[in-house]
Design a protein around this ligand. Structure first.
Ligand SMILES: C[S@@+](CC[C@H](N)C(=O)[O-])C[C@H]1O[C@@H](n2cnc3c(N)ncnc32)[C@H](O)[C@@H]1O
Length: 365
């Protein structure tokens, strides 16, 4: 399966090798000073052979280290060896040297662009097929209607830096906040249902916090929260990422509270309430930063109701730029597998399609 689609591939520590940084840079510099292609190839071949034999635990020798993905390094070295002109060879050598010596990041994430090939677990395609949810650590999946942790994980890595602030206005079981702890981002989660907020806060607190970030739950109605005040209490004026995973209207009722979006009396009310959340949070999102909306559609009396498209229009109407519509599969649970045949039969009889996807809508301020 294409890496882009395979969410389950985890790059393990086994894939990395640790090399003496000064010796590696010295060798690359020496090659860059040579004008003879054969002599360069001889040195690079020696390095290649050393790397092939290097296991993750084995250090080539002492001194300051650089840790590189073994497969990526070998591919880069092969590219150097296969290049036919001196000019191109020097170009690839210089590029490898930059990857070893310099970190180049953009304004909104910590991805080292000089080593971009090492990030093949970060998705860039608009179709996400995930076979399994991440159930590691405190990601227990106890909450019906939660999203899979890979969604906030991907979004935090691409659209935030370490130490940035993330606001999840429909925090539910705290999936986003758990990922915030893992990735060293500060998180704020608003949740209306007090029992859910309480349990979620306790779960999030169990997740180790190696970067010492804050991850707070705020019990309340996200259509009415005073966000400026919420941030001011933390000495902040802005957050760097907004994540919204509202109820898919009334498909799952999340509580009795009339302010709960899953109790909105009509589709128009649902869209209007969601628009209110977007409007209230717009001023506190830093300019140039992103809003992520996760939403699925529904059927009512045999008619497909495209909640995703309605919410997309509502967000765009408030001045956001649409950056992407990501289509994500619903991963199979046992219950879904057991009912598959029944739903297939119903679909054939009724002339409809069984929902298999939801949307991750991405907007920039
Ligand atoms: C789809 S769930 C979000 C699940 C979450 N992403 C997770 O992984 O657990 C929607 C959540 O929004 C909450 N909610 C509904 N209306 C709300 C409102 N007006 N203010 C705050 N939270 C609300 C519900 O109680 C529910 O927990």
């Amino acid at each position: 399966m294409n890496n882009e689609l395979n969410m389950d591939r985890q790059i393990s520590a086994l894939d990395r090798v640790s090399l003496n940084r000064d010796r590696l840079v010295g060798l690359l510099d020496a090659c860059l000073a040579i004008e003879d292609l054969a002599a360069i190839r001889q040195r690079v071949t020696q390095l290649y052979d050393t790397v092939v034999l290097l296991s993750p635990e084995r250090r080539s020798d002492e001194g300051p280290r650089v840790r590189l993905r073994k497969d990526v390094l070998l591919t880069d070295l092969r590219q150097i060896l296969e290049t036919r002109t001196l000019q191109r060879t020097h170009y690839y050598l210089a590029r490898l040297r930059r990857g070893v010596t310099e970190v180049r990041t953009g304004k909104i994430n910590d991805i080292n662009l000089n080593r971009w090939k090492e990030y093949d677990d970060i998705l860039t395609g608009s179709l996400w097929v995930m076979e399994r949810r991440d159930t590691s650590g405190t990601h227990k999946g106890w909450y019906w209607g939660n999203f899979i942790p890979q969604i906030p994980h991907q979004m935090l890595r691409r659209y935030t830096k370490r130490g940035d602030w993330v606001l999840d206005t429909f925090a539910g079981s705290g999936t986003t906040l758990i990922e915030c702890r893992r990735l060293g981002r500060n998180g704020l989660g608003v949740e209306l249902n007090p029992q859910v907020a309480e349990r979620a806060a306790a779960t999030v607190a169990e997740e180790p916090n190696p970067h010492g970030v804050s991850t707070d739950f705020v019990e309340g109605d996200c259509t009415a929260v005073d966000y400026a005040e919420l941030l001011a209490a933390r000495g902040l004026a802005h957050v760097q990422l907004l994540i919204m995973h509202p109820p898919y209207h009334d498909i799952i009722r999340f509580g009795e509270d009339a302010r709960d979006l899953s109790n909105a009396a009509s589709l128009d009310d649902f869209v209007a309430l969601f628009s209110q959340v977007v409007a209230r949070t717009y001023p506190i999102l830093e300019k140039g930063r992103y809003l992520v909306v996760v939403i699925g559609d529904k059927y009512v009396k045999g008619e497909w109701v495209p909640l995703g498209f309605y919410l997309m229009q509502a967000v765009m109407a408030q001045g956001y730029t649409l950056k992407s519509i990501i289509v994500k599969n619903f991963e199979e649970t046992r219950a879904k597998r057991d009912q598959k045949a029944l739903w297939r039969y119903r679909a054939l009889v009724g002339g409809f399609y069984v929902f298999r996807h939801e949307y991750i809508l991405l907007f920039q301020k």
